[in-house]
Design a protein around this ligand. Structure first.
Ligand SMILES: [Zn+2]
Length: 389
């Protein structure tokens, strides 16, 4: 099934119906075991073009104008024409995302965590491209349009694939313009206003204010005792110039908000699943003082935190959390890092199925849903189980 492309920046949202939390999740009361998917680092490239050069001189490839190292093929066409489901030097075509969600439907998840970095890497490439005659304003507008094009179309594809369950999205560093640069409100309104408008279909009214203000929010899944807490990790990103300039103010504000959420959940004897884009830890990309503060906070709420999910790295891994963050201290928790959907830079397009069992949802196990080696057909499931605590 092909997703209909729409023009972002207009009032056409690309979403076809208003779906609110509560639809299709009534069974969660009795389910006790919650199954959900984590699909992250989608990097949807709406300018992916089948037949264009997939082994180009300046990746990401598979776009109009992609040229092979040997130049233009004298016989016409590309040296290695891009296939329909993606290539290893290219970002995600709509057909790959659609195929992943088709496979995901067969897993019958209760809800979906859609991780950040939906924009294509080509948006960042334009940052260093010298385009003759273009003003800085024209470049910024073109980059913003590219981000909104991917976010809006991905929203439409998720909506069509999962019309009856909650989808809980977040933003990543690549979703900002310039890339990895979040100046905070009101200068990021071009992004947060659109995201809030498109994602309001999945979120209750009370979640929208913080999403629109800071890119973070919390929802309680109706019929369950589980809160999903979505962070905006750009506030701690070492590559975000503004997180340096503001002295950590936005990060402290968000952590204070997170503590309020965790405390209320504890008082109600409920659980929280925390998710964001950039994982905590030394090899993560967040400032060390933020990572320390985050781990200190979570270490005080291990009775509440049911799981922690991140992305950004594109490869699958995990973070052992300690407080103080000294390797000689015993770990109090683990944060899972789910691999990317994009095949860019020789990744194996993947998403994961996670399960939370029992009350208060303290056991989390994961299964891995990889793409076949050949990249020639739709994504395949059943999944391979990779962790069972
Ligand atoms: Zn990222």
């Amino acid at each position: 099934m092909c997703a209909q492309r729409f023009t972002s920046g207009s009032e056409t949202t690309g979403t076809t119906s208003a779906i609110h939390l509560g639809h299709g999740v009534a069974s969660l009361v009795a389910a006790r075991k919650l199954r959900f998917l984590h699909i992250t680092d989608v990097h949807l490239d709406m300018d992916y073009a089948q037949g264009e050069e997939s082994n180009c001189v300046a990746p990401p490839c598979c776009r109009k104008g992609s040229i092979h190292q040997q130049g233009v093929n004298p016989t016409g066409g590309s040296w290695r024409p891009a296939r329909s489901y993606g290539e290893n030097q290219c970002d995600t075509p709509a057909a790959l995302l659609q195929s992943a969600l088709d496979a995901a439907q067969q897993l019958h998840p209760d809800f979906i965590v859609w991780g950040g970095d939906t924009a294509p890497h080509a948006t960042a490439s334009e940052q260093v491209a010298v385009t003759q005659g273009d003003s800085l304003e024209m470049l910024v507008n073109r980059q913003r349009q590219s981000v909104l094009d991917s976010l809006g179309n991905a929203t439409a594809i998720f909506t069509a694939a999962f019309p009856h369950i909650p989808v809980l999205p977040s933003l990543g560093d690549m979703d900002h313009v310039p890339t990895s640069t979040d100046p905070g409100p009101p200068r990021n309104a071009w992004l947060l206003d659109a995201a809030t408008r498109w994602w309001a279909q999945w979120l209750p009214e009370q979640s929208l204010d913080s999403l629109k203000w800071g890119g973070y929010y919390e929802v309680k899944l109706p019929g369950s005792e589980l809160h999903v807490v979505v962070l905006n990790t750009e506030v701690c990103h070492v590559q975000n110039f503004h997180s340096f300039v503001d002295g950590g103010h936005a990060a402290r504000e968000q952590l204070a908000w997170l503590e309020g959420v965790l405390l209320r959940a504890r008082l109600a004897r409920e659980s929280c699943l925390i998710t964001g884009h950039i994982p905590p830890g030394v090899w993560g990309g967040c400032w060390g003082n933020y990572s320390s503060a985050y781990q200190e906070l979570v270490s005080r709420y291990t009775d509440v935190v049911a799981g922690q999910l991140y992305g950004h790295q594109h490869s699958g891994s995990f973070r052992m959390l300690r407080h103080p963050p000294d390797p000689t201290n015993p770990a109090f928790g683990v944060a899972y890092v789910t691999p990317s959907l994009t095949p860019y830079k020789d990744q194996h397009p993947s998403f994961r199925l996670y399960e939370l069992a029992g009350k208060p949802y303290v056991r989390l196990s994961a299964a891995h849903c990889p793409w076949p080696d050949t990249l020639i057909g739709p994504i395949l499931c059943p999944v391979h189980r990779v962790a069972e605590p």
